[in-house]
Structure formats: structure tokens, C-alpha cells
Design a protein around this ligand. Structure first.
Ligand SMILES: [Zn+2]
Length: 131
């Protein structure tokens, strides 16, 4: 197995790596060293952040957000007052799209046939003027 990429190293360092990745780290000195370095960096970062004093107002807001529920830093949040568009709106877009396709592709495709019925130059000129 090839050595792990940065994403896999981070996953193993976070304790979330797959079984194959963890098995590779157990047998590969280079990847094991990279995981150890990453875990050291994470530890240093946590100690630095924990040592920084957070203003009480920020701390209260963070605690309130954590108490609000959900999980994960990237969870979707409900937006007050936001509404989903109705199905009628999607139907309207579908009709508009079908009309646009007809205007762009069907109408131009029919015109050359109409013009081909007319063989004389004056007939073609009259057909052009009528457009
Ligand atoms: Zn390796």
C-alpha cells in the first residue's frame, strides 16, 4: 500500500481513519511519524487556544450555541423567516424552459424547410421580408 496522503494522515490523527489506513500507520515508520507530528501540532494548537482568554460575552454566546443542539461545526441551521419555493414556481420554470427550447430549436429548424419550398429568388426575398 502506498503511503497515506495528508487527508488520511489527519483522519488517523483524529482517530477517524479507516482500518486500512490505521493498519498502514502501524507498519510504516514514515506515516507513523507524520501522524505523531500531526497529533503534536493539534495538541499545541489546543493548548494555545485554551490559554487565550475569551471575553465573557463570546464565551456566553458559544455556550448558548452549543446548548441550542445539533452537532458538528458545519451543521445546517434553520433560518427564521426563510421559506422554500413552492412547487408551482418549479412548474413555472419548467414551462418557461420548454418554451425557450421551442423558440430556440424548433422554430429555427422549421424555417429552412419553409424556405426550401420556394425556389425562386423573389420568393426567398419575400419570405425573408415576412420574418
Ligand atoms: Zn506510509
Amino acid at each position: 500500500m502506498a503511503c497515506l496522503n495528508d487527508t488520511q494522515i489527519q483522519a488517523v490523527a483524529d482517530g477517524e481513519g479507516g482500518a486500512l489506513d490505521r493498519a498502514h500507520v502501524a507498519t510504516c515508520g514514515a506515516c507513523a511519524a507524520r501522524v505523531a507530528t500531526r497529533q503534536q501540532q493539534i495538541g499545541d494548537l489546543e493548548r494555545t487556544l485554551n490559554a487565550a482568554l475569551m471575553p465573557a460575552s463570546v464565551s456566553a454566546r458559544v455556550e448558548a450555541a452549543l446548548d441550542a443542539g445539533g452537532s458538528g461545526a458545519t451543521r445546517l441551521r434553520a433560518v427564521p423567516g426563510a421559506r422554500r419555493p413552492s412547487r408551482w414556481l418549479y412548474s413555472g420554470f419548467a414551462i418557461a424552459a420548454a418554451t425557450l427550447v421551442a423558440v430556440l430549436f424548433v422554430v429555427p429548424a422549421r424555417r429552412p424547410r419553409e424556405a426550401s419550398k420556394c425556389s425562386s429568388t423573389s420568393c426567398r426575398l419575400a419570405a425573408r421580408r415576412s420574418r
